[in-house]
Design a binder for this molecule. Structure first.
Ligand SMILES: [Zn+2]
Length: 368
């Protein structure tokens, strides 16, 4: 089953070409098409219906619903945390059109045909399109375009690049003007991203990993290859939210300690802290500085924290509007741990923001 530009082919069409596996253009990780292993034991009516906010639709017996795309972008998928890897948009180009952005679908395995996404970029599909899809104009099918030379058979078909719905959220944070700016300059953006991945081919798609794993690669291998656990949701990390809530509750306690160390000047205290916890810190460095701050009750300047607790990655910090003092020191030390432990969504976010920042730099160095 395939759709040539604006032409619907029949279900038993033998001429349908075999498509490549979709890979996210922003992070280089596969769009994981959900099968009945590892993540879930059902593909119908759609595992996303199991999530709390969409459970109400189960009773309606609707095979799928279209919800605002923000709902998926802001979702952690508590029931099946890895489901975010199947939620994707596409940037599609038809034979006679320019690239355009689509809405979100959670791709599923159904014997070969699954690459349908809502046309409207503001919508996300929850549930499956149908067991026996009836194609209408609100969905669009696409084939995977290559980062290198395009395959000849793609001529005349709608093809494009996939992006994780959650990686698209991160793109919004990296580009001035956000995704609106990128959407207005999609042709140039695609050229920049393709160039980046052509220069980093070994990181584009798990088929380049050299070996396949059952149930996902072990963390140690992934840490060597990517520096972190790439299965962790990069845009919505409940641990970050939990730490912020915790800091709000505990607040900063005034110190009743009195020691000669408390009279050390701010410059000297900062100098000592920088020695103990350099910009490229380790988990052990964080532990050391935490102990030192607890013992001496020093309040370090903002420049110390901003160089280590990256605001460009932990954008939740910018959303805190507190009148009451919160325990900033403890909060930032906790977040720094998440940032570098390699196991959290925050570590994965730092990796992806690094990739998008490199694509951005290629974008602005290219001729228009
Ligand atoms: Zn991605």
């Amino acid at each position: 089953m395939a759709r040539k530009a604006n032409v619907v082919l029949s279900e038993d069409d033998d001429d349908a070409p075999i498509d490549s596996d979709p890979v996210c253009l922003l992070c280089g990780f596969d769009i994981k098409i959900m099968q009945s292993i590892a993540v879930t034991n059902t593909t119908f009516p759609g595992v996303a219906f199991e999530e709390k906010q969409w459970k109400i639709y189960i009773r309606t017996r609707r095979k799928y619903v279209l919800v605002p795309s923000r709902e998926v972008e802001n979702t952690y998928f508590y029931k099946y945390p890895r489901l975010w890897t199947a939620a994707c948009r596409a940037i599609i180009k038809g034979p006679n059109t320019k690239h355009y952005l689509t809405g979100i679908n959670i791709l599923r395995f159904d014997g070969g045909c699954c690459r349908y996404v809502p046309r409207d970029p503001h919508l996300a599909c929850i549930g499956t399109k149908s067991e026996d899809p009836e194609f209408d104009n609100s969905f669009v099918h696409y084939y995977t375009a290559e980062i290198g030379r395009q395959r000849k058979w793609l001529i005349g078909y709608q093809c494009g690049y996939s992006v994780h719905a959650h990686c698209w959220v991160l793109l919004d944070r990296v580009f001035d003007g956000g995704t609106e700016f990128v959407e207005a300059h999609l042709e140039r953006f695609i050229r920049a991203a393709r160039k980046y991945w052509r220069d980093h081919k070994s990181l584009y798609g798990s088929s380049n990993w050299g070996r396949q794993f059952c149930g996902g690669p072990p963390l140690t291998f992934m840490k060597c290859f990517y520096g972190c656990d790439i299965y962790q949701n990069p845009a919505v990390d409940p641990k970050v939210r939990r730490l912020i809530e915790q800091a709000r509750k505990t607040k900063a306690k005034p110190s009743h300690l009195c020691s000669q160390f408390m009279r050390v000047s701010l410059d000297v205290a900062t100098l000592i802290a920088e020695q103990l916890c350099p910009v490229n810190y380790t988990v052990a460095d964080i532990k050391n500085i935490r102990n030192m701050l607890a013992a001496f009750q020093w309040v370090l300047p903002e420049c110390f924290w901003s160089a280590r607790c990256r605001r460009d990655v932990i954008f939740e910090l910018g959303d805190i509007k507190e009148i009451d003092p919160i325990n900033w020191g403890a909060l930032q030390l906790d977040l720094m741990t998440l940032l570098i432990d390699g196991k959290s969504g925050l570590s994965n976010r730092a990796r992806i923001i690094g990739v998008i920042t490199s694509i951005k730099s290629i974008y602005f160095s290219m001729r228009k």
